[in-house]
Design a protein around this ligand. Structure first.
Ligand code: ADP
Length: 322
């Protein structure tokens, strides 16, 4: 293999740049030329790409977002779009592809590899951490720490004004951010899509806590909680108990920012592992880290497999909340 392409796709995540840097530098050491593809599959379809070398990835390890930019590309969901992408790869002599993103990116990569003779390796990068085959995704740790910093600030106000705060964090399908932020931030409770939310039980718990002397509380709500977002849940609670409350939706501030050391290290490991996988002919897979070991799992596991919240962390949160 002499030339590979690299792209970032779907939602951006802090650490994507550290991963690009690791892949480019390790490939170069192996004598492989790397081509940077702009805006994910959208750039691949139109041939928006350029060679990138070790100097080209200098000074990006600390930067959030992605220097290759990212996009959502409807055209790639159709075979004709993927055919155009394959033609571009052939034209430029690109034999392998590293696709950094989430399960959507890997669905696209899998269809692409099934239909055309391309070798693709995925690297999981999404702040949501909802990708099976890796304990953590690149960007998750940074998002958790960003949300945690915000909650620590909110906690000062919650304490000073003796108030209940509902803080909404990202997580449309999953409560990974909510759980880690909730535990680390000392939340009273977390409300996540994986666990049915019972407003009556929550009100009872809040009432009990306040009766036992607690004067402020923080409830962390994942945006995809089935009982509604933080505003809707706060309204339902207000109807039942007389307690002043405020709502804070953290939103996109959780997406960007300087990646934490853990994200940079994970990104470096997985960027190098992706190149190694391509060289070993282990394509059609995603590289991930499970219990400290770097492993490859089939791309399809990212959407067919299950990844559950850590039950022990949920237990700890409940144990320590009151
Ligand atoms: P993420 O990778 O973060 O989950 P998306 O779900 O937006 O993000 O997917 C990123 C891109 O991957 C999409 O814009 C599209 O180009 C491609 N993609 C997603 N799902 C499919 C699919 N089923 N088939 C082909 N391509 C897909």
């Amino acid at each position: 293999m002499e030339k590979i392409g690299i792209l970032t796709s779907g939602g951006d995540a802090p650490g994507m740049n550290a991963c690009i840097r690791a892949a480019v530098r390790s490939a170069e050491i192996q004598g492989i030329q790397v081509v940077g593809i702009m805006r994910g599959y959208a750039g691949l379809i139109v041939g928006d790409l350029a060679p990138v070398d070790r100097r080209g990835v200098a000074n990006i390890i600390q930067r959030g977002g992605t220097i290759l930019e990212t996009a959502r590309c409807e055209e790639f969901k159709a075979r004709e779009g993927r055919a155009k992408a394959f033609a571009v790869m052939q034209e430029h002599g690109i034999e392998g592809l590293i696709a950094i993103g989430g399960d959507g990116t890997f669905r696209g990569a899998k269809s692409f590899a099934d239909e055309f003779p391309v070798k693709v390796v995925g690297v999981p990068a999404t702040i949501d951490n909802d990708v099976p085959g890796t304990d953590y995704t690149i960007g998750f740790d940074t998002a958790v720490n960003t949300a945690l910093e915000a909650i620590d600030r909110i906690r000062d106000t919650a304490f000073s004004h003796e108030r209940l705060f509902f803080v909404e964090v990202m997580g449309r399908q999953s409560g990974f951010i909510a759980l880690e932020v909730g535990l680390a931030g000392g939340a009273e409770a977390i409300l996540v899509p994986e666990i049915p939310t019972d407003i009556e039980t929550l009100c009872h718990q809040l009432d009990h806590s306040f009766r036992s002397g607690k004067r402020s509380s923080i409830i962390v709500v994942a945006e995809g909680d089935k009982a509604g977002g933080a505003f809707s849940i706060a309204n339902k609670v207000r109807e039942r108990i007389k307690m002043e409350s405020r709502v804070c939706v953290l939103g996109h501030i959780q997406r960007g920012g300087t990646p934490t050391a853990r994200d940079r290290i994970l990104a470096s490991k997985l960027g190098v592992a992706a190149v190694e996988a391509l060289l070993k002919g282990q394509d059609g897979c995603m590289v991930g880290e499970v219990k400290g070991d770097v492993i490859c799992t089939p791309l399809s596991t990212s959407w067919t497999g299950a990844k559950t919240l850590d039950g022990y962390l949920i237990h700890l949160l409940d144990l320590l909340a009151h």
